[in-house]
Write a protein that binds this ligand. Structure first.
Ligand code: COA
Length: 375
């Protein structure tokens, strides 16, 4: 055994089989349960895609109605959780708030310790329904506003806008948000999904697995990148400054957030769809400067480094143009990716083996312990 046997970052390692989604870097494509993600984004609502991920097939009208009814019935969070959220320090990041809120939900749910498939699916539905409510409550309470309750007559996307802002925006804005939720829903063994599977493999419950996954998603190399992208665009500020800014970053061999991907090396399959909707958002809002800056950065990264943007690159400005403040971006990613995490937790539990890799020791050789007086 030598260091050449070590796959740092687990690059190129197949850790298990999975029937949920497939990334095909050679054709820049991604399918959920066999369906191209861009077709799902065009023809389905997020709720249909969640049903697909969890059940393997798209729902018919009756199945969708029953699924939506069940989701809408679970949207309320308890007054006690609302109080806990209100007590969070205001300057903390909403990702820490939602991670803590999910952890708290485990304490409230009488089914937390029941790891049967049926109970885990019921808990997944609760998480799907309650995470947006908790994210929106934290947003409003953190700004000294009163929380707005969930509305059972609204879709998942519409209800989130209503809980955050007190109104549902134009249908194009809701559609762009729904598309982002669908594109963010699932992506094979990314870091947070693998974290969720690792925790589930210990037979810990879904709340433990999702809490850990939220921690993994927070990092700027993973979900946190969508926030970093918008900070970068705001720092650049104007299209005229974009060229000089990126030249100087690349001259200093610095990382440019929103670019590159561990699996896709010649383009992220989700980017064209999200970019189209981000451009549409820019037109709806009448503010095209972020997308103009984005176009310059993307062209320069391709010309100089041959590196393509990832989904976070168009999603960041799209969320901003929808009216969300930057620290909400990764919590929105949580609300979407919960669907993927849960399907992987179901799959892991159905054919479980504890995930426990090896490490190749590279520390000092074995030696005796000397009593403290002799050291
Ligand atoms: N900006 C500048 N250079 C980049 C880059 C970026 N965003 N992403 C990759 N590169 C460069 C690396 O510096 C490296 O160059 P080198 O060979 O000269 O050292 C080369 O491309 C290969 O990158 P590598 O770090 O091996 O890729 P990876 O598969 O380990 O990393 C990411 C993938 C996503 C972690 C990486 O691309 C990154 O940090 N991107 C920015 C963060 C981001 O947007 N994350 C969201 C991912 S969906």
């Amino acid at each position: 055994m030598s260091e050449t046997d070590v796959h740092k970052g687990l690059v190129g390692i197949y850790a298990d089989v999975s029937a949920i989604s497939k990334v095909m870097p050679e054709s820049n494509s991604l399918t959920y349960r066999g369906y191209p993600v861009q077709d799902l984004a065009e023809h389905c609502r997020f709720e249909e895609v969640v049903y697909l991920l969890w059940n393997g097939e798209l729902p018919n009208r009756r199945e969708l109605a029953a699924f939506e009814k069940a989701e809408r019935a679970e949207r309320r969070i308890t007054p006690r959780l609302r109080q806990v959220i209100a007590a969070f320090p205001r300057r903390g990041h909403p990702m820490d708030a939602i991670r803590t809120a999910v952890s708290f939900m485990a304490l409230e749910d009488p089914e937390t310790a029941d790891n049967s498939d049926a109970a885990t699916r019921r808990k997944a539905l609760r998480l799907l329904a309650k995470i947006p409510t908790a994210v929106a409550a934290r947003h409003r309470l953190g700004h000294g506003l009163r929380a707005i309750g969930a509305k059972p007559n609204l879709s998942f996307a519409e209800n989130f806008f209503h809980m955050c802002f007190g109104h549902v925006p134009a249908p194009e804005v809701v559609k762009a948000f729904d598309v982002a939720l669908i594109l963010y829903a699932e992506h094979t063994f990314n870091a947070s999904t693998f974290t969720a599977r690792t925790v589930a493999s210990t037979e810990a419950d879904i709340y433990a697995a999702v809490t850990a996954a939220i921690g993994a998603l927070k990092g700027p190399l993973h979900g946190g990148a969508n926030e970093a992208v918008m900070h970068m665009l705001k720092e650049i500020g104007r299209p005229e400054r974009a060229h000089g800014w990126i030249e100087s970053r690349l001259d200093h061999r610095a990382l440019v957030v929103g670019f590159g991907h561990r699996v896709y090396k010649s383009g992220d399959s989700r980017v064209p769809t999200m970019t189209r909707y981000a451009e549409r958002m820019a037109a709806v809002v009448g503010d095209t400067r972020w997308m103009e800056i984005s176009r310059i950065l993307a062209a320069e990264m391709l010309a100089r480094k041959n590196i393509h943007p990832n989904l976070d690159f168009p999603a960041g400005p799209a969320f901003y143009l929808m009216g969300f403040e930057i620290p909400m971006f990764t919590p929105i990613f949580v609300a979407a990716r919960l669907s993927g995490w849960a399907s992987h937790i179901f799959e892991q539990a159905a054919d479980n083996r504890l995930i426990r890799p090896l490490s190749l020791y590279c520390g000092v050789a074995e030696r005796p312990v000397r009593p403290i007086g002799e050291r």
